[in-house]
Design a binder for this molecule. Structure first.
Ligand code: ZN
Length: 313
C-alpha cells in the first residue's frame, strides 16, 4: 500500500519529535504528566537512544512530594506500556475536597527503565534470578510551569473537555505504535525495515507486537474529509478525516485510533494540540482510514473482556 501524497492540514506536521540525540545513553523523556480531575494523574514516557537488539524494557513508577524523595512505590515491573495512571488518590476521598484540584503539595514522579538480568546458568538451577538492571531514570514534576491558581484553571479546562468528548464523541481504542521492544523475528531484514507489510507478528512496525496495550477513550470523527488534497495526477484523496480526542495519551504520527462502534480503524497522519490558556485541552488529529482487510485490522482489541483503562472525566 503506497501512502498518498497528502498536503498536511497544518505546517506543524505531527508533534515534532526532538532531534535525535548524539549521545548513546538510554534516556526516558516524559512529555506528559497530566492531572485528570479529580483523582488521577496520567504519566507518559518515551525512550530515546534505544540500542539495537535491546530486550523489552520493564518500568518502575514512584511518587514523592520532593524531587529528591523519599519515594513511594506505585508499580514495578510494568511491561508493554508507555504510561501510568496514578489512582492512588483514593476513591474514598470526598469529591468536594478536591485533593488534586487544590492540593498544596508538590508532586513528583520517578520512572525507571530496567532490563531483565541474564538468566542464571542451567547448571545451577537453585540460584534465584538476579533482579532487573536499571538502565535509565527520569523524574518529572506535575505542572512545573504553573502556579496554583493557573494549575486549577488548567485542570478545569481539561476536565470540561473530557466531559464534552464523552457527550459528543464515541468509544475509541487508542493504539500507540511501539518505538522500542524486541525486533520482529519474522520479517526484519538487515536494513532494519520490515520486509513484510502484512506481517502478523509486528504489523509492519518491525517491533514484535507492533503496538502498545490499548487505552480507551472518547473521540469525535468528522463526517467529511477535512483535508482533501489533490495528487499530481489529479486524484483526490478523500480518506483524510479529522479526529478530536483527549489530551492524553500524547499521540504521534502512525499511531492508530479505532472507533469501536463502527469498527473502523484510522492511522494518524498529523497531530495538533488544541491549546486554551497554555493548556493542551485536547488533540486534533488528521487521520487516514485504513483499508478494510489491511493487517492493522488483525490487532486484537477487546475492551469488554480485557482489564482496560478508559480516559474519562
Ligand atoms: Zn514482522
Amino acid at each position: 500500500m503506497t501512502s498518498p501524497n497528502v498536503v498536511p492540514l497544518s505546517e506543524r506536521q505531527g508533534v515534532q519529535r526532538p532531534p535525535t540525540r548524539t549521545s548513546n545513553t538510554l534516556v526516558i523523556e516524559v512529555p506528559r504528566v497530566y492531572p485528570i480531575w479529580p483523582r488521577r494523574v496520567f504519566v507518559q514516557w518515551i525512550l530515546r537512544n534505544v540500542p539495537q537488539g535491546a530486550p523489552d524494557y520493564l518500568f518502575n513508577i514512584y511518587k514523592s512530594e520532593s524531587p529528591s524523595g523519599p519515594w513511594t512505590t506505585l508499580a514495578t515491573g510494568l511491561d508493554n506500556v508507555y504510561h501510568y495512571v496514578d489512582e492512588s488518590w483514593g476513591a474514598t476521598v470526598d469529591n468536594t475536597q478536591g485533593t488534586l484540584f487544590n492540593m498544596h503539595v508538590s508532586l513528583n514522579y520517578k520512572i525507571e527503565a530496567l532490563v531483565p538480568a541474564p538468566l542464571p546458568p542451567v547448571t545451577n538451577p537453585i540460584t534465584p534470578p538476579d533482579p532487573p538492571i536499571l538502565m535509565a531514570t527520569a523524574i518529572e514534576h506535575l505542572d512545573p510551569w504553573l502556579d496554583h491558581r493557573r494549575a486549577g484553571i488548567s485542570r478545569k479546562l481539561i476536565r470540561d473537555s473530557l466531559i464534552a468528548l464523552k457527550r459528543i464523541g464515541t468509544e475509541t481504542a487508542i493504539l500507540k505504535k511501539k518505538t522500542w521492544g524486541v525486533r520482529c523475528p519474522l520479517c526484519v531484514s538487515t536494513s532494519n525495515k520490515s520486509t513484510r507489510t502484512t506481517c502478523p507478528t509486528c504489523f509492519g512496525t518491525t517491533i514484535t507486537g507492533g503496538y502498545m496495550n490499548p487505552v480507551y477513550g472518547y473521540a469525535t470523527l468528522s463526517s467529511n474529509a477535512t483535508n482533501v488534497s489533490t495528487r499530481l495526477e489529479g486524484q483526490v484523496d478523500v480518506r483524510q478525516r479529522q479526529v478530536i480526542m483527549a489530551n492524553v495519551p500524547h499521540m504521534d504520527v502512525d499511531d492508530i485510533v479505532i472507533f469501536l462502534r463502527s469498527g473502523k480503524r484510522f492511522i494518524v497522519k498529523s497531530v495538533l494540540p488544541t491549546t486554551i490558556q497554555d493548556t493542551d485541552v485536547h488533540q486534533e488529529l488528521v487521520v487516514s482510514e485504513l483499508t478494510p482487510g489491511s493487517i492493522e485490522y488483525e490487532i486484537n482489541v477487546d475492551p469488554w473482556r480485557e482489564p482496560c483503562w478508559w480516559i474519562t472525566p
